[in-house]
Design a protein around this ligand. Structure first.
Ligand SMILES: [Zn+2]
Length: 98
């Protein structure tokens, strides 16, 4: 049984831009205290470049357009799968952007 997209819950440990799961929740466990760290995957700075959904979408588009390169390649899992990871990002509420 597979659920389509929307069944994936918001995970506080995931980067909202690229969907990478971090060791520390980028916005704190309550979602209100950004770490201001950088995502090792897409390189976004939490609490700064991901404050607004529009900014998140823009960062993601830029990251994907650039080839979805890792900001910290040494952190990249050997079995990393971009498509799989992108299933965890909120694709936004503006379909006209697609
Ligand atoms: Zn990221």
């Amino acid at each position: 049984m597979t659920s389509s997209g929307d069944a994936l819950p918001g995970d506080p440990f995931r980067c909202s831009v690229c969907g990478y799961r971090l060791d520390t929740p980028p916005w704190g466990i309550d979602g209100k205290n950004p770490t201001f760290d950088f995502c090792p995957c897409c390189g976004v700075q939490f609490g700064y470049q991901d404050c607004l959904q529009a900014a998140v979408e823009k960062q993601r588009a830029r990251w994907l357009a650039g080839g979805a390169r890792w900001s910290e390649p040494s952190e990249m899992p050997a079995d990393w799968n971009l498509e799989e990871q992108l299933r965890y990002v909120n694709r936004g509420s503006d379909p006209s952007d697609a």
